[in-house]
Design a binder for this molecule. Structure first.
Ligand code: PS7
Ligand code: MN
Ligand code: MN
Ligand code: MN
Ligand code: MN
Ligand code: MN
Length: 359
């Protein structure tokens, strides 16, 4: 459809797309399929936030350095030639920060109406990340309550949803009514972030990081380490059910949000990560493997989800319904969350029925 012509691009923009490919996550592909108007602003928005997240995730940067680095990131990204070379050697996207001058050079060319949105979200996210980094340092208990957990997800993902929505509306690719219902964009981000936090539980444990709120896991085990002890597998799986239940509650608002998208490439960009997320929730549900390894949906499933997320809302809804049914089928009456999971799956199906009545 829309194809870039790298030979006509400035070297710094070409470099930005190479950085995007090297981050090699699900997003880089869907971003590059975006329409020409949204392509560069959203690619740069991604690289800015990826750079910010690389600093947030880096446990080798002492907090007294990390805090100002995060809080001043919106100033750094304005400075032509700014780079950061002190990421830990094992940081996955270290190279992006070493060559961040490619990003700053291109950001300075972005239309002001888009730049201001990127800047505003960067300021809010970086301060939120800094607050949490400070808190986990001084309060070894980390995230305690569900509202605290959701506030963290707001900073690192809900705000991305807000920024993207403002960009889409500015470009006339989404219904402006979404601006008056920003909680829908928030749900889009929460759904992705919560799924990521559930799936990455073991990897984050090895990194000595915990995002699951104590008020949830402490109902099942006394100490966080017990979640990874094979003797407590049943409790850990039941705890996962409560986390999955909490995430599933966003599903209907995600579908409602997607109804507000007015252009195919933007629809694909928002829908693919969401269908991947519900498939991932189904994969982690009742699955003890998440406590010892990195689980991932298969290439085949990912492929079929891609196809089914790039048709229209009705097809995407069918994907949601299918996975909601699979979750309901796997649901175990011995699980303390059984009734609520069952109700949540039913609610998703009902919501889809109101959007697209059968017969
Ligand atoms: C600007 C496309 C579409 C309305 C880098 C996209 C980490 C789960 O933690 O690498 O490294 O394991 O898999 C994306 C809403 C955010 C939320 C967030 C910027 C959707 C930095 C993304 C993405 C809102 C904070 C995946 C939530 O990272 O995780 C652009 C609408 C970045 C979105 C982080 C995580 C994304 C995430 P990790 P990943
Ligand atoms: Mn992070
Ligand atoms: Mn990360
Ligand atoms: Mn993660
Ligand atoms: Mn991971
Ligand atoms: Mn990690």
């Amino acid at each position: 459809v829309h194809t870039r012509d790298p030979s006509k691009e400035p070297v710094t923009l070409r470099a930005c797309f190479e950085h995007l490919n090297k981050t090699s996550r699900s997003f880089s592909t869907v971003i590059q399929e975006l329409n020409p108007e949204m392509l560069v602003p959203i690619a740069l928005f991604y690289l800015v936030l990826r750079g910010l997240d690389t600093i947030e995730d880096d446990m080798t940067i002492p907090l007294e350095k990390k805090e100002p680095l995060l809080r001043d990131f919106h100033k750094h990204m304005k400075i032509e030639g700014w780079t950061f070379k002190d990421s830990g050697p094992n940081e996955r996207d270290r190279d992006l920060l070493v060559h961040f001058d490619d990003v700053t050079a291109e950001l300075n060319k972005v239309d002001k109406k888009y730049y201001d949105i990127i800047e505003d979200i960067t300021i809010k996210m970086s301060n939120g990340m800094a607050d949490y980094a400070m808190n986990s340092e001084f309060n070894s208990d980390g995230i305690k309550t569900v509202p605290e957990y959701e506030k963290y997800c707001h900073y690192v993902a809900g705000l991305v949803g807000e920024g993207l929505t403002r960009l889409f509306v500015e470009g006339k690719y989404a219904n402006p009514a979404l601006l008056e219902r920003m909680y829908l964009a928030e749900s889009m981000g929460q759904f992705l972030q919560k799924t990521n936090i559930i799936r990455d539980v073991h990897e984050d444990f090895l990194d000595k990081r915990r995002f699951w709120p104590k008020d949830i896991w402490n109902k099942y085990v006394d100490k966080w380490e017990d979640m990874f002890d094979p003797r407590y597998r049943t409790q850990a799986v039941h705890c996962t059910s409560e986390m999955v239940l909490n995430a599933l509650r966003h599903a209907d608002e995600c579908l409602f949000y997607m109804a507000g998208i007015r252009e195919q490439s933007v629809f694909n960009f928002v829908a693919i990560p969401q269908t991947m997320a519900i498939a991932t929730l189904e994969l982690v549900f009742q699955n003890p493997a998440i406590f010892e390894s990195h689980v991932k949906i298969t290439k085949g499933d990912a492929c079929s989800l891609m196809t089914r997320s790039t048709q229209n809302l009705q097809v995407a809804c069918n994907v949601f319904r299918e996975y909601a049914r699979r979750i309901a089928k796997k649901n175990d009456p011995r699980d303390p969350n059984y009734l609520e999971i069952s109700a949540a799956c039913g609610k998703i199906e009902q919501f889809i029925e109101t959007l697209f009545p059968s017969q």
